[in-house]
Design a protein. Structure first.
Length: 256
């Protein structure tokens, strides 16, 4: 896989066009600021319930849950503002979150700017926080573009984006493993497990494994199969969103 270690206008354009597989920026967000929010993250994660799997915790309703049913889509839109405010004002306590910081950077780097995605006049969730406690993992999967809430945006590419607020001790899992691109979303649906994602054993060894550090930013094409290796010690916490790439001449859109 080809990746860049800087987020610039040039590397962002290459990622958006598929010329780069990933952008991995070390220490994008200061470690002490990551540490400061972790007690509040743990408290809110323990109160939450992610409906698709018990393998990790997630604050708020995600776009993945919204894609599962009309009821999930309504819940996503109805709770987006409350989740946004919880993350901004209770977890980050009024300080700029790493995803808000990223959106400002993208707005400056992309010629047409970057904005929060909307659906039928309502703002979508601009970011989410997920926590993998010891034993947590994520099955290999892709993040699909062909879902109703995203149809109006006509996305050409969906870029997965994570800022790592906490990482397990070195060698204790939590790596992001990557396999090949999977652009046929209907075929992917036919191969999915009963819970979510694909069988890791059937995919073979990953093409690339990334072990981010605390505060790192990782952006990648979400049509590439990716999964989170089991956390053996400690915990893994990310602030996450997607960056949607539309036709040339249009702004980027962010959602989670």
């Amino acid at each position: 896989m080809k990746y860049a270690d800087e987020l610039t206008g040039a590397t962002l354009a290459r990622l958006a066009e598929g010329d780069l597989d990933a952008i991995w920026v070390r220490r994008f967000h200061a470690a002490q600021r990551c540490e400061a929010v972790l007690p509040r993250v743990v408290r809110e994660c323990e109160r939450s319930r992610y409906t698709l799997t018990g393998d990790f915790q997630s604050i708020g309703t995600s776009i993945g849950e919204a894609a599962e049913s009309p009821a999930g889509a309504r819940r996503y839109l109805d709770t987006a503002a409350d989740t946004r405010d919880l993350i901004r004002h209770r977890i980050f306590a009024g300080r700029l979150s790493p995803l808000d910081e990223l959106r400002l950077r993208l707005d400056e780097l992309w010629p047409q700017g970057a904005t929060v995605a909307h659906h039928e006049g309502r703002a979508m969730l601009p970011g989410i926080i997920r926590r993998w406690p010891t034993g947590g993992h994520a099955n290999p999967h892709i993040d699909q573009r062909a879902i109703p809430l995203l149809a109006e945006h006509r996305l050409r590419r969906r870029i997965g984006t994570n800022v790592y607020l906490e990482v397990p001790p070195p060698g204790s899992g939590g790596h992001v493993d990557f396999w090949g691109l999977w652009t046929d979303e209907r075929e992917y649906d036919n191969r999915r497990r009963a819970d979510y994602g694909l069988d890791r054993d059937a995919l073979g060894e990953p093409h690339w494994s990334c072990e981010p550090g605390q505060g790192d930013l990782l952006m990648f094409d979400a049509a590439r199969v990716h999964g989170v290796r089991r956390v053996d010690r400690g915990a893994r916490v990310t602030a996450a969103c997607f960056v949607g790439v539309r036709d040339p001449g249009e702004s980027l859109v962010l959602f989670a």
